[in-house]
Design a protein around this ligand. Sequence first.
Ligand SMILES: *Cc1c(COP(=O)(O)O)cnc(C)c1O
Length: 963
Amino acid sequence: MKLNTDYQEKFQNRHIAPNAADTAQMLKTIGAGSLDELIAQTIPSNIRLKKPLNLPPAKSEFDYLNTLRQTASKNKVFKSFIGQGYYDVIVPGVIQRNILENPGWYTQYTPYQAEIAQGRLQALLNFQTMVIDLTGMEIANASLLDEGTAAAEAMFMQYSLRKNQDAKIFFVSDEVFPQTIDILKTRSEPYGIQIQIGDHREVELNNNIFGAIVQYPAGHGAVYDYSGFAAKAHEKGIKLTVVADIMSLALLTPPGEWGADVVVGSTQRFGVPMGFGGPHAAFFATKEEYKRSIPGRIIGVTIDSAGNYALRMALQTREQHIRRDKATSNICTAQALLAIMAGCYAVYHGPQGIKLIAERIHGLSVLLAQSLEKLGYKQLNQSYFDTLKFDLGELVGPLHAEALNNEMNLNYEGSVVTISIDETTSSEDIKTMVRFFAKVKGKTLSDVNFDELKANVETVIPAALQRKSDFLTHAIFNSHHSEHEMLRYIKSLETKDLSLCHSMIALGSCTMKLNATTEMVPVTWPEFSKMHPFAPADQVGGYMQLFDELNNWLSEITGFAAMSLQPNAGAQGEYAGLMVIRAYHYDRGEGHRNIALIPSSAHGTNPASAAMAGMKILVVKCDENGNIDVNDLREKAEQHKDDLSCLMVTYPSTHGVFEEAIIEVCQIIHENGGQVYMDGANMNAQVGLTSPANIGADVCHLNLHKTFCIPHGGGGPGMGPIGVAKHLVPYLPGHAVVDIDRGKSIHAVSAAPWGSASILIISHAYIAMMGAEGLTDATRYAILNANYIKSRLKHHYPVLYTGANGRCAHEMILDCRSFKGAGIEVIDIAKRLMDYGFHAPTVSFPVAGTVMIEPTESEPKHELDRFCDAMIAIRHEIDDIEKGLFDKANNPLKNAPHTAAVVTGNDWEHPYTRQKAAFPLPYVATYKFWPSVGRVNDTYGDRTLICSCPPLEDYEFEESVIE
Ligand SMILES: *Cc1c(COP(=O)(O)O)cnc(C)c1O
C-alpha cells in the first residue's frame, strides 16, 4: 500500500459541521440544485465579491499553535509594577481550569432564559454582593466593560439625574488614571458636558458643577480622606463618583461610608489575568434611589412557579430595545465571565483570605518604602495602599536601566516613578528592588536593615481611613474554602446552565457558533495573559504582530482600509464608529451634521449609541416585506440633507434578508452628505461572499464574539473592533497612555489601547486556521443550515420575510402571533423548548411575538433535525390546545419548563403525562437537561427588588418527607 506523507488535517472540517452526504440531503429538502445555486438565489449578484479573499493559506490546529508559540515568544514577560489599573494576579487553579478554561462556562449565552441559567445568575449575584460589601454601597450591577467606561457611565447617570439643568460641568480629579480621563473626554463632549480637571483639595465647587469624580487610592497611590470633599460637594448638590481599587477596600474605609454616590472600578485584581488590557469586569455600585438609572444588567432574586428561590435579570433587562434612543446606556455585551471569576475569587478566599492578601500587598509596599527611605529616597505618598511615588531626578535613567536588567517594569512619567505591588510580589522581589535602588546610589542591601524592617512593618493608613466594617459576611463567602468544596460549588453552578456543551443555541443575531478549543488554548499562555497593557513597546512584539495580522485580515474581509481594535463590545464599536463619523464631519466644517437615520428594525443599541454620540435619531420605515422603505429613506435623507450625519444599517437586515436595494440605500445617504454605518452583527452571512465596503458602507463594527468565534461567556466578554474606509482612518480612537494616534484621533473609547486584547487571539486563530476558502464556506454553510431549518419548519410556523427568491440569509424569523387564540405567547414556546433540551432562539427581536433562529455553520444536520423535531412537536402541542384537548391554562407549554422535582413529585394534576412533560421526544431520554427551577416570576422580582445574596433562611425549602 502506498502511504501519504503530507496529509494535513483541515480545521474547516471541524468547524463546519455538515458533511457531504448531509449537505446533499439538505439541499434536496430546500429544493436547491447545489450550494452555489442556493447562494446565488440568496445574495443579490450586484453585491457579490468578484475575487476570493486574499488571506494566508489555512493552518492546521497543530501548525497554528506551533506558529503562535513563536509569535508569543516575542512578548517579554517582565514582572510588572506598573499598576495604573492593571495588576498581576494569582488565578486560583480551580477557577482557571473550571471557569476560565471551561466551555461549560464560557460558551453560555446571556442569561435571558433564567430557568436554564441559574448557575451564572447565582455567580453574578455573588459578584454584586461582593461589590456592595466592599464598596459599602446599596446596589451594584453585574459588570461593565472596563473601569474607564464605568466612570463615564457614572458621569452620564449623574448628568441625567441632575436637578439644576444648567449645570454642565463635571469635576475630574487630576489624580484619576489618564485612560479614564481620556474616556470621560470622549463621552462628555457630545452632550456638551464640560470636563474640569483639577486638584480636589483646591477646587471651588459651585452650582454649575453637577458631578465630581475622584480616585481612591489616587492615580499615583496617595490615599486621601475625601470625606470633607464629599460633604462640600453634597452641600452644593453635586454628586460624587469614586473610582476605587477593589483590593484596597479590604483595608480602607469604603467610599459608601464617607459619602460616595457612585463607586466604580475594575475587579481585575480579583483573579483575572491582565491579558494586555482585558477582558476584565468593571463594577458599578450606587444607592438604591438610583436603581432605575443604573447602566448594564442587574441580577435580582425572585421566586419560580413553585414559590422557590430563583434568580433572573431584573429591571432594565431589555433596556435598549424598549427605550431605544432614550436608553440610559448602550451596554449590551458586558463582562459576565470575568465578573463570575472575580466573584468566585471572593468565594474561594473569603473575607479572611482577601484581607490577608490585601495586608500582604500593603505590607510589602510599606517594606519597600521604608527600605528605600533608608537609602535616602523620598517617598512622596504620605498614606498609600500599594503604590509608592518617587521623584528620582536624574537618577531615573540609571534606575530604569537597572530595573530592566532585573526584568522589572516600573511606571515612569518623566523623572517621577511609581511602583505598584500586587498579589504576586514576594519579599524577594522587594529585596531585588532595594538592591538596585541601592546600587544606583552606590550603596548595597546591607545599608538597609531589611530583615529587621520586614519584621516590623506597620500600616501607614491613618486610623480614620482604616476599614472597621465587616465584608463578605454572607455564607456564600465563608463556606467553599477547601478545593473540593470550591470545585463542587463551581460544578454545581455550571450544571444548572445550558451551554453549547449541551445543544445548539440558535440565537438569531447572536451567532452562537463553535468556540474551538485550539482557539481558546493560547489565551491563558503567560506570554499573553501576564502582559500589562502599558508595558514598553520593545516587550510586546508578539502582540503587535498578532494585531498587525488581525488588522490586515479583518481589513481584507471587510474591504476597509484599517481597523481599530479598541472597542470591547459591538455597542462600543457602534459608538466609536459614530464618533469617528462625527469627527470627520467636524473636521470638514460640517459639525452641524447630527441626524442619524435608523430603520425601525434596528437593534436597540443603534439608537442608544447614536444618542450617546450626540445625534438626533430619525426612524426610517420598513415595508411589509421587512425591507427598508427606500422612498421613506430618500425623503428623509433629502429633507435633512444639510444636517444628515449618517445612516445606521444592519446587513443582511435584522430580518435575516439580503435587501436588494442596499447599494441604492448607501448611495442615497452619500448623495445627501451622510456616511453609512453598518452594524456588522450579521457579518456571518457576508464573509467571503460580500463585504461592508463592497456594499457601500464607510464604517462597520464586527462582533468578534459572534462572527469570529470569541465565546459569549454568558454575557461577555466580547470585542467590537471597527473597520473604516480610507477617509476615516485618521479619526480612529487614540489613547492617553500608549501612542496609537492616527493624526486626528478621537479620544479613547476603552480603557486599554487594544480593548480586551487577549481574546483577539481567538479570532486570529479562527481566521488563520480557516483561510479564505474555509471562511467563505462557513458563510455558505451558515446560509445552508438556516434555509434547511426554514424548509423544515415553514409548514408549521409562518416564516416572516424572505429574499426575492424566497430564501433567508443566515437566520429567519418565525411568527408565533397566531397562537394567541390558544392563549400561547412566544415566551411559552421558549420555555417549552427547555423541556426538549434547547435554549430558545431570540425572542421578540426584531419583531414582537416572533422567534429568530440562527443555527450557524457549526451545527450538524442531526442537531438541526433534533431542533426542528422539537419545534414541530411543540406546534402539535399548540394544535392540541387549539383543539381543546388541553386546557388553555394547564398544558405542557404554560407549565414549562418542568423541573425534576415537579415531574417526580407526589402530586401531578395535569391533563398530560409526566413523560410528555419531561421526555416529550425519544431523543430527550438519551440526554436529558433538567431546568433547575420552574418558570421564574418576573413581576415578583421587580416588585421586591433584591440584588444581593439574601440570607439563606429566607429561602428554606420544604423538607422532603419520605413516605
Ligand atoms: C449583538 C448585536 C449588537 C450589540 O453588540 P454587543 O456586542 O452585544 O454590544 C448590535 N446590533 C446587533 C444587530 C446585534 O445583534
